[in-house]
Design a protein around this ligand. Structure first.
Ligand code: ATP
Length: 329
């Protein structure tokens, strides 16, 4: 029986477990054996792996995080580390690997491909910043987590007539901020990809109060930088202090942090992860390598790693403009 490996790498994302489950069960359906590698490439280097039976992935579809654990490995970025990884795969007679993670993990996977290992990637990151796929596993859950928090903040914001600034994750991209701002009915959204003047933002807040708005909720992506400002620790803190000073309104700042990553994956993430996991096994069986599973429109397809590395994952700027129109006081 042919043996394949599976690992999760980079930041954890809710839905990774559903993908692992789908890989193991689709593989078993096709008479393949799956070994789970612990702690991403760090565990691969240490030969930390064990067989995964169909039963061993029972009861995980609803759990956030990853049962295989994940890691970032400095050692794997160097040749000596990569050779150790290849050695571990050889010892265990694994010539095919499924890597669940972000594009950094796929760049790492290329080092294995170049040494003869067959690799298929599954995009998983809450930031949704992987080119070639409309969605990555974990994004939908993260956005829902943010919207839940915004709903709660909205209740208290209305009662106190305050300005609330909410800083959300997303690294250098504004996907989470944009989707959560649109779905949460935020008054303003600040993202790295959009042009936003903070002076105009303050005028909007003032206009809103003059027209009877009970509160303002402003979503700030962690990657947002105000024009002319490069070095800041927290854009949410910066924006909140700016509004407080310029408008005199009582302003509260919430940095949501890691609660965005946790919790049970949404239906969308579970379905996506199940389809990606199954597709990844099919791609291995079809002899493909250096490709990633992807969703474009309603189609589950494969995209070569090279296209992922050279592409851009654009934010929905039309959605950005729509959010601005719909939130006008
Ligand atoms: P996330 O977006 O959630 O952070 P990611 O997969 O992009 O996920 P990275 O930290 O960029 O996360 O990459 C994960 C691991 O992949 C790194 O710790 C490193 O071991 C390996 N890796 C990344 N880039 C390379 C590269 N160019 N060469 C070799 N290995 C790499």
């Amino acid at each position: 029986m042919k043996r394949i490996g599976v690992l999760t790498s980079g930041g954890d994302a809710p839905g990774m477990n559903a993908a692992i489950r789908a890989v193991v069960r689709m593989a078993a359906y096709n008479d393949l054996e799956v070994w789970g590698i612990q702690h991403g490439y760090a565990g691969l280097i240490k030969n930390s792996m064990q067989p995964l039976s169909t039963r061993s992935v029972a009861d995980i579809i609803h759990r956030g995080g990853t049962i295989l654990r994940t890691a970032r490995s400095e050692e794997f970025t160097r040749e000596a580390g990569q050779l150790k990884a290849i050695e571990a795969l050889k010892i265990n007679e694994i010539s095919s690997l499924i890597v669940i993670g972000g594009d950094g993990s796929f760049r790492g996977a290329m080092a294995l491909v170049e040494r003869g290992i067959q690799v298929v990637g599954i995009p998983a990151t809450i930031d949704n910043d992987i080119p070639g796929t409309d969605y990555s596993i974990g994004f939908d859950t993260a956005v829902n987590n943010v919207v839940d928090a915004v709903n709660k903040i909205r209740d208290t914001a209305t009662s106190h007539e305050r300005v609330y600034v909410v800083e959300v994750m997303g690294r250098n991209s504004g996907h989470i901020a944009l989707a959560a701002g649109l779905a949460g009915g935020a008054e303003s959204i600040l993202i790295p990809e959009g042009e936003s003047s903070l002076t105009e933002l303050c005028q909007r807040v003032i206009r809103g109060y003059q027209r009877g708005k009970a509160h303002s909720i402003i979503i700030v992506a962690e990657g947002y930088r105000p024009p002319g400002v490069e070095e800041i620790q927290s854009p949410g803190m910066y924006v909140g202090q700016f509004i407080r000073e310029k408008t005199g309104f009582e302003t509260r700042i919430t940095i949501l942090g890691h609660i965005q990553r946790g919790g049970t994956p949404t239906v969308m993430d579970r379905v996506l992860a199940s389809k990606f996991g199954a597709k990844a096994v099919e791609l291995l069986l079809a002899g493909q390598t250096a490709v990633m599973t992807a969703i474009q429109g309603n189609n589950i397809i494969s995209v070569p790693f090279n296209e992922v590395f050279s592409g851009q994952q654009e934010v929905d700027l039309e959605g950005f403009r729509l959010a601005e129109i719909l939130s006008r006081p």
